[in-house]
Design a protein around this ligand. Sequence first.
Ligand code: SF4
Length: 381
Amino acid sequence: MESWQKLLSNSVVKVEDLPFLPDTSNEYREKLKKVSKVFPIRINSYFLDQIKEENDPMWRQVVPTLDELDDFLSEEELLESDPLNEEGDMPVPELVHRYPDRVLLMVNNHCPIICRFCTRKRKIGFPGIVTRETLRQGIEYIRNHTEIRDVILSGGDPLLVPDKELDRILSELRSIPHLEIIRIGTRVPGTLPQRITEDLCSILKKYHPLYFNIHFNHPDEITPEVEKACNMLADTGIPLGSQTVLLKGVNDDAEVMRELMVKLLKIRVKPYYIYQADMTLGTDHFRTTVEKSLSIMKDLQGHISGMGVPYFVIDAPGGGGKVRLLPDMVLEHNDKEVVIKNYEGKVYRYPQPQEKTAQNGKKPSTADEAVAADNVCQLSV
Ligand code: SF4
């Protein structure tokens, strides 16, 4: 057994073994057991070591709380919770075909940790959901649909699939002529970095162009082990991007988010997406307001290099896809000019090109142009 497999097999999966419980009474534990029956527990022993105290950002992500009972009523209701209507876009089991040229293929429904806020909590950690047969049907579907040029392998976590099986899946996908890009969505490098081995890298490097989207939520996740894992992947030639979920009590703070983005850049991961938390049952206590999220994005802009500023998106409830939102930096726009505000709150005027104003029959005089030019970058509040 490799070291990562040992770390995984030593996971905390029972209420009795949870760290730093706020209440050790039997009554409290019984209530937590009710939560864990519908949404299992997994904290692998590497990640367990990163938890320092009750309620710290690592603890909050993986230890169940009674808050999870607040907004679900029954096991059945939870299992039906599909906030992005993925099931409605599945032409075959465990393959989501929402956008014209790309699909999401679930290759596993197990994870290195089970996150309490997971959008797919209806699937994660339960037996018999992703099988060899669902995988076969998914790959066959991609083979038969020539419009698909991009697949994201997801789950669960694709990197928990054993080397040999992952090699087989990637090889089958690469044999499909119209499939150009393979992406892997994973939380492994940040939560079980020992899984990134030389053997794994030598498998992955056979299948370029291959991209990774890695889930990171807090700067404390960037440990020396995680840095080593990301360097190994980057040295294998895999472009690495990050995905972060905005979570109350974990990272809903501009300074925390700034530190995370800066640290990601240092370990060669390009910040890619920050997601507004989805409306999954049992996760309401993690949601932030959209105003709060936009204000964090505003605070990121200008305070770190543009390379470190990810897109902020809401995955539209019910299956509308990702929608990008920007802090409101345009104060006014008309045929003559756009009035914008920078990260310091200073206001600037950007004149429209002449063609635009000419089309409107209002081509400015030379004097107007001079005034407009004078105004650029001068007005501040
Ligand atoms: S690693 Fe991803 S898929 Fe797995 S529980 Fe966490 S958020 Fe869900």
